[in-house]
Design a protein around this ligand. Structure first.
Ligand code: ADP
Ligand code: ADP
Length: 221
């Protein structure tokens, strides 16, 4: 879904975390936000998710102002959050269960996503039996299961080593090609941002400002 951020500022007491940010995400786009620690990336993401309110400015999602936490969006955080007592497939199906949906109707899609993410064969494994990278891939599959129109990711590969990050990038792109959700992806890796997204947003700290919005036009591998 489209997201329209207009002149949004957010202060935490004396800290101006985000200063007058404006950014438009087209439906189906993959937009990365890069910048050093403390430049307001997470704050901007949490504002879009409706988890916190802007001090000023407006955020519209599909043309409707965000008033509170958005429903039906996918979120992925820096560390995988899987239920340790559930098998990997059941962890992914958990969002369907939470949404009051019949898990049997989402099973096939969950299996397909696991294949795409390189998790085929690990359906019955428990999270602790998977590597960190695999757990995070499972978290991404879970965020994508219900085909949410918007997926927000906050440093999803932050806790992983470089090689794994690269593999995860390809897995994510494959999954995105399939789902065509709008993705807002926070990373501190400019390489990752350029490789994965169609637009890179560059932020700088003190105060957190959008300095550049760069369209990327790389041919896909
Ligand atoms: P980034 O994700 O780019 O590292 P953040 O959005 O987390 O940056 O933080 C931007 C600035 O806002 C930082 O100076 C941070 O300390 C401050 N900040 C973020 N969240 C809070 C909060 N809940 N309370 C006070 N200050 C905060
Ligand atoms: P990392 O182990 O560094 O987090 P990956 O998540 O990319 O990196 O895992 C690399 C590959 O190693 C996986 O795709 C999988 O085939 C294999 N692997 C990792 N951990 C396990 C495990 N606990 N059991 C079986 N295979 C594993």
């Amino acid at each position: 879904m489209s997201v329209d951020i207009r002149n949004v500022s957010k202060s935490f007491r004396s800290t101006l975390a985000v200063d007058d940010a404006s950014l438009a995400l087209e439906e189906g786009s993959f937009v990365s936000i890069v910048g050093p620690s403390g430049c307001g990336k997470s704050t901007l993401l949490r504002l879009v998710a409706g988890l916190i309110r802007p001090s000023s400015g407006t955020i519209d999602v599909r043309g409707v102002p965000v008033k509170g936490p958005l429903r039906n969006i996918g979120m992925v955080f820096q560390s995988p959050v899987l239920l340790p007592w559930r098998r990997t497939l059941d962890n992914i199906l958990f969002v369907a269960e939470m949404g009051g949906l019949k898990t049997s109707q989402w099973r096939e899609r969950a299996l397909e996503l696991m294949q795409l993410a390189g998790l085929g064969g690990f359906e019955a494994s428990y999270p602790h039996e998977l590597s960190g990278g695999m757990q995070q891939r499972a978290s991404i599959c879970r965020a994508m299961l219900l085909k949410p129109p918007l997926i927000l990711m906050d440093e999803p590969f932050g806790a992983l080593d470089v090689i794994t990050r690269e593999r995860m990038g390809y897995a994510l792109q494959t999954l995105w090609d399939e789902s065509r959700s709008t993705v807002l992806f926070v990373t501190h890796s400019i390489t990752e941002a350029v490789l994965l997204s169609d637009t890179v947003v560059v932020m700088t700290p003190r105060p957190g400002r959008i300095r550049d919005i760069v369209p990327i036009d790389l041919p896909r591998p």
